[in-house]
Design a protein around this ligand. Structure first.
Ligand code: BGC
Length: 764
């Protein structure tokens, strides 16, 4: 398509009409100019293509498709290549079904374990979320099919999701909530971005010019179109002006008129409309040029891939006395309704019409397995008969495997969980089974962490999350050791809801949700506050063991522009092949009060496979941003000058390898010196001491008086300590008339010149 040419031939009406859907899932076609309609479909972990009745809540049917593991599970794989492979398969499915854009990945941060949609999201950590999203996008788009990274942004709860306002400061936004999108958008270049329903600091996401234009396009270089979440448009003209190009679904055309009127009366320049149309047509053209009519949706092949991926996602949380893997000859009692009918996906717009689903029970053929239902999947109440039957089965077996998890009614798009508990009947069952059989293993099917009152009663816990339609086969693979588990948690499993960082402020007051925990989300909070958890972020066991050694960096002191190269050796010290997730965290050791930072933050991970006895070296490269936090006052990323520990290990709580490096970074120099700036801050400016010393006498801090004072302390030291919080105007108050306002102003002027020079020197 010659897009500028086409845009020049379109009438105003046609242009306005192109800015909203032709129906629930398609962009508009304009036949006279050869513009086709392009279909968009959910996403993110399977194809939800609706041919007949459409909806955005997964209520009506869609074509039979393959349900891959959901985001909660794929993130636990920590495996970029695997997620990319899943993206490739989905891209191919889209080609076969003539779908131009798949609506995913979903990268919103898990601010609280309660968010009903956490099962779709990747992580509580923006680095993991963005890395997974990049791989997914690269995979899908390698098939010439677009993605829609969603929901942009600060959409972290389902409660009042279409009206609530997420209130957060820019640093929290930049470091946590925007950061989950940033790398994926910069590196993997999704064709589209979906803006969220909610407001951000009072402004609807669809209307948020700062986010949609300044940051997304201006800073990150996004060049596709922004689509509204289905129904996220509030006021069409300001939305368009903010950078929200395509309204979905079709709005019956009445909003087109709002656009036309705005252009006609001169309220909105036509260029704004042309820009949105150009962006939309650019992607439609990309879709058209990339069509692959030969693509075939091979459901069995993709099912096999879904099984392989599922096996790499599951997290072995506990394995006392090596109760796992099981032997095929061992008599195992499979207990719990999910053994027969697994819960493998969540409710809402991501709901897939699976062409087949495999349960653990049917996939356990050839193993010595008995089955007892134990509980009714959708009930909370204890069924005494089912319980008794389960206890009996457990008592007669060598090992009892309880298939537990959350029912559909507990977690879904559209509402949040109210608590973190499993249904009562399941907690009672697990304890009863564990009493009857000392070798009890719990296999969990849930989209988010649950409390585990029985944790010390069972020997093994395998977290399968919502692992897709092939979960049954994959569970058997892992339970019986065909696949060595290698998933690690991409979120913390807290002990109790009341200990979570956003416990008090999660859903907010009415439509106002303050993100009061700031950047202290997930492990950033638990680690900083030293709160014990059930299982830490990054945790995951294997049937083999690994040892870390020989952490080294290329230098010890780093200047601007230097990259920190880190290597660490990892050895498989066990007796079988396994995969390890090698994690790298930075731990700032800086003692200024300029910025409150979490004690540790993940900055790198690699998943590697090792044969028994094998050693591999893992490399990481850290740029300056890895050491930085976002300075609101200066509106930029800054790495504070000082020491940082580089720590490597296999979870946020197990970091055996540590080395300190020194970053010759920024001093937290105050941006603008005023009468209120304290001497402590002033003295951070190189050279400021010379200007300030002549005034020190005002506070009695001279060398001559540095004897002993009434309290027996060294006066000079005390004065220095006290002066650090003294504002410059203190010279007037305490100078007994020796320092004038004019002198203070002159000092301030000189200090500002010095600060400016220091900044420029650093920038150059
Ligand atoms: C969801 C989106 C989804 C869209 C279309 C919305 O309700 O928030 O994630 O892509 O519906 O189904």
């Amino acid at each position: 398509m010659n897009i500028p040419e086409i845009v020049s031939q379109l009438t105003q009406e046609e242009k306005a009409s192109l800015c909203s859907g032709g129906d629930f899932w398609h962009t508009k076609a304009i036949e006279r100019l050869g513009i086709p309609a392009m279909m968009m479909c959910d996403g993110p972990h399977g194809l939800r293509k609706q041919n007949l009745v459409s909806d955005n809540m997964g209520i009506n049917d869609s074509i039979p498709a393959v349900c891959f593991p959901a985001g909660c599970a794929t993130a636990s794989s920590f495996d970029r290549a695997l997620v990319r492979q899943m993206g490739e398969a989905l891209g191919n499915e889209c080609q076969a079904e003539d779908v131009g854009v798949i609506l995913g990945p979903a990268v919103n941060i898990k601010r609280s374990p309660l968010c009903g949609r956490n099962f779709e999201y990747y992580s509580e950590d923006p680095y993991v979320a963005s890395q997974m999203a990049s791989s997914f996008i690269q995979g899908v788009q390698s098939q010439n099919v677009g993605t829609s990274i969603k929901h942009f942004y600060a959409n972290n709860q389902e409660h009042r999701r279409m009206s609530s306002s997420s209130e957060l400061d820019e640093r929290t936004a930049r470091e946590i909530y925007l950061s989950a999108f940033e790398t994926a958008i910069r590196e993997a270049k999704p064709w589209t971005v979906m803006c969220s329903y909610n407001r951000i600091n009072g402004v609807y996401a669809a209307e948020n010019r700062w986010a949609l234009t300044d940051v997304l396009r201006g800073e990150w270089g996004f060049d596709g179109f922004v689509v509204s979440d289905w129904g996220a448009v509030n006021d069409r003209v300001p939305d368009l002006e903010a950078g929200m190009d395509l309204e979905m679904p079709a709005s019956g055309g009445f909003r087109d008129e709002e656009i036309i009127t705005a252009v006609r009366v001169g309220r909105m320049p036509e260029a704004v409309l042309d820009q949105a149309v150009t962006r939309i047509l650019t992607i439609v053209d990309r879709y058209l040029c990339g069509r692959n009519p030969k693509a075939v949706f091979d459901r069995e092949k993709d099912h096999a891939l879904a099984r392989e991926i599922a096996g790499q996602c599951m997290v072995l949380l506990k394995n006392e006395d090596q109760v796992l893997p099981l032997k095929r000859t061992q008599k195992a009692a499979f207990i719990g309704a999910f053994a027969e009918k697994p819960r493998y996906q969540g409710g809402g717009s991501s709901h897939i019409n699976s062409f087949k689903v495999e349960s653990a029970l049917e996939m356990a053929k050839g193993c010595c397995v008995t089955y007892a239902k134990g509980f009714a999947a959708e009930s909370e109440l204890v069924d005494e008969a089912l319980l008794a039957e389960a206890v009996e089965a457990a008592a007669e077996a060598d090992v009892a495997v309880v298939f537990a998890g959350l029912p559909d009614s507990f977690e879904s798009e559209g509402f949040d969980r109210k608590h973190m508990e499993l249904p009562l009947c399941q907690n009672v069952l697990i304890s009863a089974v564990a009493k009857a059989n000392p070798n009890t293993v719990v296999v969990l099917h849930n989209g988010a962490p649950v409390e585990m009152p029985w944790i010390s009663e069972v020997k093994g816990i395998l977290e399968t999350y919502l692992c897709g339609q092939a979960v049954g086969g994959a569970v058997i693979d892992v339970l019986y050791g065909e696949v060595n588990p290698s998933g690690h948690l991409a979120e913390t499993f807290p002990r109790a809801l009341r200990e979570t960082p956003s416990y008090i402020s999660f859903q907010g007051e009415g439509d106002r949700v303050e993100y009061r925990e700031g950047v202290f989300v997930g492990y950033r909070y638990y680690a900083t506050k030293k709160i014990p958890v059930l299982f830490p972020f990054g945790h995951g066991l294997s049937y083999t063991t690994f040892a870390f050694s020989n952490l080294r960096t290329n230098q010890v002191v780093y200047h601007r522009g230097d990259r920190v190269e880190v290597s660490v050796d990892v050895t498989n010290t066990g007796d079988r092949y396994g995969k390890e997730v090698v994690q790298l965290y930075i731990m700032p050791q800086i003692e200024t009060d300029a910025i409150l930072r979490p004690v540790l933050e993940l900055r790198g991970f690699e998943k590697i496979g090792l044969k028994s006895g094998e050693t591999k070296t893992v490399h990481f490269t850290l740029d300056r941003r890895a050491f930085s936090s976002y300075n609101i006052q200066r509106q930029k990323w800054m790495a504070e000058r000082g020491d940082y520990i580089i720590a490597c290990g296999d979870s946020s709580e197990n970091l055996p390898m540590q080395q300190t490096v020194h970053i010759e970074g920024d001093l937290p120099i105050p941006k603008c010196i005023t009468m209120d700036t304290t001497f402590g801050d002033v003295l951070r400016i190189p050279g400021a001491a010379n200007l300030v010393t002549p005034f020190a006498a005002v506070f009695g801090a001279t060398n001559e008086s540095a004897d002993e004072n009434a309290m027996g302390e060294s006066t000079a030291e005390m004065m220095e300590a006290m002066m650090q919080y003294m504002p410059i105007r203190g010279l007037i108050s305490f100078g007994g008339g020796t320092v004038t306002t004019r002198q203070c102003e002159e000092l301030i002027q000189k200090l500002n010149v010095l600060a400016e020079a220091a900044e420029q020197k650093y920038e150059s």
